[in-house]
Design a protein around this ligand. Structure first.
Ligand SMILES: [Zn+2]
Length: 356
């Protein structure tokens, strides 16, 4: 049976708009809204599914389409249904309005990553409606809590329902944007994810009165360290995977554009600063949250060692949360298939691996 792609495209766009309108800002999440939407759409086409909550309203949807050979490792199409918070006043369009304008759909989560939720839904319904049977089991997973550490989403499922999510291959975010290098187009496929080490750095110094300015206060010290962190690049280190990607793209590591730099070093970014409680008092304490990201091969200890070299021995460093980096080999039948199909669909283009 031929697949009516035009009507699928319309339907998928409408599903995306409906998903954007469901406010699944995490925190608090409320991913149940999206899981129910996807669940009822899949059920209408007779797809078997489970909706499993890691906590009230924090729902994960797992659907399975049986393949010809269920002994083969399954292919999972994975997405997350939560989105990061918005500063609505800074938006020119309603963040949950899903307005269509200038050839785009506008809204929080349109890229990260309700577009793929809608596409995965479209793939599952296309398979059902055409009566096709995939070669191996296909799992559709739309999970909660990715934007806040996955405790109630992917991690919860792996720990509590491994039989539902065991798969040989997973297609998830990201990649998906086209890179232009001179005349050539490259499609990045992310196969590695940096780890994270979130650190609270605290400076303490003598408090005082605002009428008596000093240079040795906790706030001045914090400002100084933030500048130092911003101006001191962390050590460049190329993992074999990134070395090969840069090679393929014809980029020398020394001249890599800014987009590539986070793939060649640990990074650290100040994201929250806290100090002071009264407008005429110099506080005795200032703190800053540092969002650290680690390359494959690094861990909490090696990251803290490197951070210490930048900030010196004095400020207190407290790790708030941490997650390990991950790297998958691109040397798989699935990666080769994606490569050959992409290059056939867009002759002259190339595929490259990516880390985020
Ligand atoms: Zn995402």
């Amino acid at each position: 049976m031929r697949i009516p792609w035009e009507s699928f495209e319309r339907e998928t766009l409408e599903n995306l708009r409906a998903l954007i309108r469901l406010d699944t800002t995490n925190p608090p999440g409320n991913e149940r809204l999206a899981a129910d939407y996807l669940g009822s759409a899949l059920s209408r086409d007779g797809v078997e599914l489970s909706v499993i909550e890691g906590a009230p309203m924090r729902a994960n949807l797992i659907a399975r389409l049986a393949g010809r050979d269920s002994a083969k490792p399954a292919l999972m199409l994975a997405s997350h249904t939560d989105v990061v918070p918005v500063e609505a006043a800074r938006w020119t369009r309603a963040p949950f309005g899903a307005e269509v304008a200038d050839g785009c759909i506008w809204g929080r989560g349109s890229i990260d990553m309700k577009a793929k939720c809608a596409m995965d839904l479209g793939i599952a319904t296309a398979i059902r409606r055409t009566g096709a049977t995939p070669e191996r089991d296909l799992i559709i997973a739309a999970v909660a809590d990715e934007e806040a550490g996955s405790e109630l989403g992917a991690k919860f499922l792996v720990e509590n329902h491994p039989e539902l999510v065991r798969a040989g291959f997973v297609l998830n975010e990201t990649g998906g944007f086209t890179l232009f290098m001179g005349e050539r187009r490259f499609y990045p496929i992310q196969v590695a994810e940096k780890g994270f080490v979130t650190v609270r750095m605290t400076m303490t110094a003598a408090p005082g009165h605002g009428s008596m300015p000093r240079a040795d206060t906790a706030i001045v010290w914090m400002a100084d360290l933030i500048m130092r962190i911003t101006r001191t690049p962390m050590r460049r280190r190329l993992t074999p995977l990134i070395r090969e990607s840069l090679n393929e793209l014809g980029i020398s590591p020394e001249k890599a554009p800014p987009l590539f730099r986070p793939m060649m070093a640990n990074t650290v970014t100040p994201t929250i600063v806290r100090a002071g409680y009264k407008d005429n008092v110099i506080p005795g304490e200032a703190s800053v949250i540092l969002d650290g990201r680690t390359l494959p091969g690094e861990d909490e200890r090696s990251f803290l060692r490197e951070l210490r070299e930048i900030v010196g021995p004095e400020p207190a460093l407290q790790v708030i949360k941490t997650g390990p980096p991950a790297e998958a080999s691109p040397d798989t039948p699935l990666f080769r298939l994606i490569k050959s199909r992409t290059e056939a669909a867009d002759p002259g283009s190339g595929l490259t691996t990516w880390m985020a």
